[in-house]
Write a protein that binds this ligand. Structure first.
Ligand code: GCO
Ligand code: MG
Length: 402
């Protein structure tokens, strides 16, 4: 069997998505997501100029060998661009293999470990009252787990507060918009949100919060400690994780569960956090961390330390990633939770898929492959539109972590 050709499809049904389509001499094709929010064109070039010429003619059944070829052969290993390109190839090849086997992908991975996959949605508001209402709407939609983010008085465009109700799209401008941050104001406000949420809805639903890399380790420990009475499911990205050791300090002071990893791109980014039991959930995803082949390795290492998966699932991860993630989540023994920010109807039309939402869970389908396709004709109607993630500055103008 041979890869006869491959192409990159860039489409923007409300936001940009980059999709790799691999064709074979058996007439079966596979698709993989390669979207990197705000840097899409870098991955397009990497795929078109440095990956596709190498894989045409290769046997698509040799998934592991092609992964190793693209990882070791790059010489300049790792990084978000390289690992997204490898992920896109990997997912497309798993899609092909499952189609050739006539099986939904989860069967190829080892079969079902669960029926449905618990997901969490994003509730947000400009202040505590609005956010409490938004969480109530997600409870009414049947969600068992809800992430809550609120605007903070005195902070311009605090992270995680969307402009719509169901959809939150942070890449909001043709050049990075500037948002503000002030940790003291956030530390004085965020705990009050969760106090109010528990007062209003009790403890029957899982509540999550994303620190989005904003706190120093000491501040993160302080926030974790202040949130303990509200029993969060997790506190995410509470401090930048390049220095994995920083989590030792946080761990010494709080038992609030910690989740990290949506911006990791290989197992090396998470290895020390996992082996030192410094986190409770690993957030790596199919698209950012080298595809099914590599995410499986990360999940297996995490399982040795009773750490569970909690894959990233924002709108900037295409339905191709969501569909593949659901097959992965249906199989993986140490599953924790799956993030699920609904895509818009126009996105869903470009990416027809067989997964569905019911009573707070997502269910992958039984279609052979990962169950997601791309309507190329419709995709062509939405040309690429430059869009950047914001940046964040402190009140004195210091550049901070968005
Ligand atoms: C999340 C993420 C998003 C990111 C976005 C960047 O937890 O869903 O933090 O909100 O900011 O995916 O493109
Ligand atoms: Mg996050």
């Amino acid at each position: 069997m041979k890869i006869t050709s491959a192409k990159v499809i860039v489409t923007c049904p409300g936001r940009n998505f980059v999709t790799l389509k691999i064709m074979t001499d058996q007439g079966v094709y596979g698709i993989g997501d390669a979207t990197m929010n705000g840097r899409e064109k870098a991955v397009v070039a990497y795929l078109e100029d440095h990956v596709i010429p190498c894989i045409v003619g290769m046997d698509p059944r040799r998934i592991e060998d092609i992964w190793q070829y693209l990882y070791r052969g790059a010489y300049w290993r790792r990084g978000p661009v390289t690992m997204r390109a490898i992920a896109a190839v990997d997912v497309a090849l798993w899609d092909i293999k499952a189609k050739m086997a006539g099986m939904p992908l989860y069967q190829l991975l080892g079969g079902r470990s669960r029926d449905g996959v618990m997901v969490y949605g994003h509730a947000n508001g400009s202040d505590i009252a609005e956010t409490v209402d938004a969480v109530g709407q997600y409870i009414d939609l049947g969600y068992k787990a809800i992430r809550a983010q609120t605007g903070v008085p005195g902070i311009k465009d605090a992270y995680g507060v969307g402009r719509g109700k169901l959809f939150y799209e942070p890449a909001d401008a043709a050049l990075p918009s500037v948002t503000g941050w002030d940790t003291r104001k956030a530390l004085n406000y965020v705990p009050k949100l969760f106090e109010k949420l528990r007062e209003t809805y009790g403890f029957d639903h899982h509540l999550l919060h994303d620190g989005h890399h904003r706190y120093t380790p000491q501040e993160a420990a302080n926030l974790g400690k202040m949130l303990e009475p509200y029993q969060l499911f997790w506190l995410e990205d509470v401090t930048p994780a390049e220095n994995q050791e920083a989590f030792k300090l946080i761990r010494q002071h709080t038992v609030t569960p910690l989740a990290v990893g949506e911006i990791f791109n290989t197992i090396w980014d998470a290895k020390d956090l996992i082996q030192n039991q410094l986190i409770d959930y690993v957030r790596c995803t199919i698209v950012s961390a080298g595809g099914v082949t590599h995410l499986r390795r990360i999940a297996d290492l995490a399982a040795l330390y009773q750490i569970r998966t909690g894959s990233h699932g924002a709108t900037d991860l295409s339905p191709v990633t969501m569909g593949t993630a659901l097959h992965f989540d249906t199989w993986v023994p140490n599953f924790g939770i799956q993030e699920y920010m609904r895509h818009t109807e126009e996105t869903d039309a470009v990416f027809p898929h067989d997964y569905h939402f019911e009573a707070g869970e997502l269910f992958c389908g039984e279609t052979p492959g990962h169950g997601v396709d791309i309507d190329e004709e419709l995709a062509a109607k939405y040309p690429y539109k430059p869009a950047y993630l914001p940046v964040a500055r402190l009140e004195d103008g210091t550049m901070w972590n968005w």
